[in-house]
Design a protein around this ligand. Structure first.
Ligand code: PRP
Length: 173
């Protein structure tokens, strides 16, 4: 696939334990009201599907499709919205689910867009956070791992669309 995996950063067991813990936290954080979990595709698709099965309360699921990276290992800063959720957002607790917060550009843009739809609350959940997000105007309420500043792949994350299917998270050479 052009690039080689350098090391496993989080293995399957670490990820499963963390996702279960996050599911419990999220369930406890929303004692009442309608909860809409919005997964940002494509990167969050595996995390989202594991996470919602660990949240023991009623919820709905929809998606956002945005794109900020091309086939390079740097962020272009160009966020495009390719799919908008069809579900009504107004009056609901909205939880935006991201695989990774890198520069924060994607989330800042999407949070601005979602806020304009008058949700009851609006929060971010990210499995990985590099904590270098100088451009993220919003706090990330639910964070799985404080990730190293390396190019990470697997468990939904890609490099040039490869590696998304590997069940652990690894860094590239
Ligand atoms: C990646 C990743 C995040 C975003 C993070 O998405 O999934 O959504 O970049 O980067 P940022 O914090 O610098 O904005 P990408 O645009 O590569 O699309 P994908 O989810 O389809 O892989």
């Amino acid at each position: 696939m052009g690039r080689a995996v350098r090391r496993i950063v989080y293995d399957e067991r670490q990820i499963a334990d963390k996702v279960a813990e996050m599911g419990r936290q999220i369930g406890a954080a929303y004692p009442e009201g309608e909860l809409l979990v919005l997964g940002l595709l494509k990167g969050s698709f595996i995390f989202l599907s594991d996470l919602v099965r660990q949240i023991r309360r009623p919820l709905q699921v929809d998606f956002l499709v945005a794109s900020s990276y091309g086939d390079n290992t740097y962020s272009s800063g160009n966020v495009r919205l390719l799919y908008d959720p069809e579900t009504q957002l107004e009056g609901k607790h909205i939880l935006l689910v991201e695989d990774i917060v890198d520069t924060g550009r994607t989330l800042t843009r999407l949070m601005d867009l979602m806020k304009a739809r008058n949700p009851r609350s609006l929060e971010i959940c990210a499995l990985l956070h590099k904590h270098i997000a100088t451009e993220l105007k919003y706090p990330t309420k639910f964070v799985g791992f404080d990730a190293p500043n390396e190019f990470l792949v697997g468990y939904g994350l890609d490099h040039a669309e490869n590696f998304r299917h590997i069940p652990y998270i690894a860094s590239l050479q």
